[in-house]
Design a protein around this ligand. Sequence first.
Ligand SMILES: NC(=O)c1ccc[n+]([C@@H]2O[C@H](COP(=O)([O-])OP(=O)(O)OC[C@H]3O[C@@H](n4cnc5c(N)ncnc54)[C@H](OP(=O)(O)O)[C@@H]3O)[C@@H](O)[C@H]2O)c1
Length: 271
Amino acid sequence: MSAQLAWDGVSHPSALFDVSGRSALVVGATGAFGQMAARALAAGGARLTLTGANREKLEELAKSLRSRGAAVEVVARRPESDDDAGAMVSAAAKAYGRLDILVVASGLNKVAPTVEQPVEDWDAVMSANVKGPWLACRAAGRQFLRQGGGGKIVLLSSTRGRLGHPAGYAAYCPSKAAVDLLAKTLATEWGPQGINVNAIAPTVFRSDLTAWMYAEEGPGAVTRQAMLSRIPLGRLAEPEDFAGALLYLVSRASDFCTGQVLYVDGGYTAG
Ligand SMILES: NC(=O)c1ccc[n+]([C@@H]2O[C@H](COP(=O)([O-])OP(=O)(O)OC[C@H]3O[C@@H](n4cnc5c(N)ncnc54)[C@H](OP(=O)(O)O)[C@@H]3O)[C@@H](O)[C@H]2O)c1
C-alpha cells in the first residue's frame, strides 16, 4: 500500500476520528464494552454488524440503535468456529458491501484457586478469550485482504495481560497476555497491507463480569478498595471511559499506530 498521511496539516483534526459510513463488526456486542462500542460507533455514523449468543439483548440493542437512525445487522452467534466467524464477516459484507472495522469485545473469566480449577475452566477461558478473537481476526483479515487491504482491528486485553493477580486468575491473565501477542503478531503480519491491529487494556469497569466488585460488603468490597488504592485517578471505570480510545483506534487518527496495547486504566499500571 502506498503511504498516505491521515492529516494534511491544515484541516480540522477532528475529521480524523470520522467513522461515518464505515462498516463495523462488533463481536460480543451484548456485553458492557460491546454495547458501548456499538453505541459509540453508531453515534459516529458507522454501519453496524453486532454479534453475541444472547439474541434478546442483541435485538434490544439493535432496536434502540435503529430508532436513532443507525444501520444495524445482527448475527446471534459467538466466534466458536471458522463457520461462526465467517458468517459474521459475511453478514457485514453482504449488508454493506465491505468491512472496515472489527472490534472483539467478547470475553470470559473463571476465577478459582489454581489447585482447584477444573481443566474445563481453563479451556473455556482460552476458547473465549484467545481462540474466539483469533477466529474473528482471521475471518476479518481475509475480508480486508479481499478488499485490497486496509482495515482496523481492536481487541480487548486487560491490565491482567501484564500483571498477575493472586485471586484465582491463572487462566484469565495468560489469556489476556495471549491477546496482547495476537495483536502484535497480526500487526506485523498485516502491516504491509495497511491493516492496523491494536488492543485496549482496561482496568476494572462496570459489567456483568465485575458486578461482584461493586458489592457494598464482602470480598468484592475488599477487592475494590485494594484496586482503588492503586488507581491514581481514584475510581473504577465505566464502559463509556473507553469510547475515546476506541474511536481513536478504529479511525484514521490511528493510521500510524499498530501492534500496541493501550492501557486505559486510570493509571493502574503507571506505578
Ligand atoms: N469488565 C472489566 O472490568 C474488564 C476489565 C479488563 C478487560 N475486560 C475485557 O473486556 C471485554 C469485555 O468485557 P465486559 O466486561 O464488557 O464483558 P461482559 O459484559 O461480561 O460481556 C461479555 C461478552 O462476551 C460474550 N461471551 C460470554 N461468554 C462467552 C464465551 N464463552 N465465548 C464467547 N463470547 C462470550 C458475551 O456475549 P454472549 O453471551 O451474548 O455470547 C458478551 O458479549 C472482555 O474481553 C473482558 O475480558 C473487562
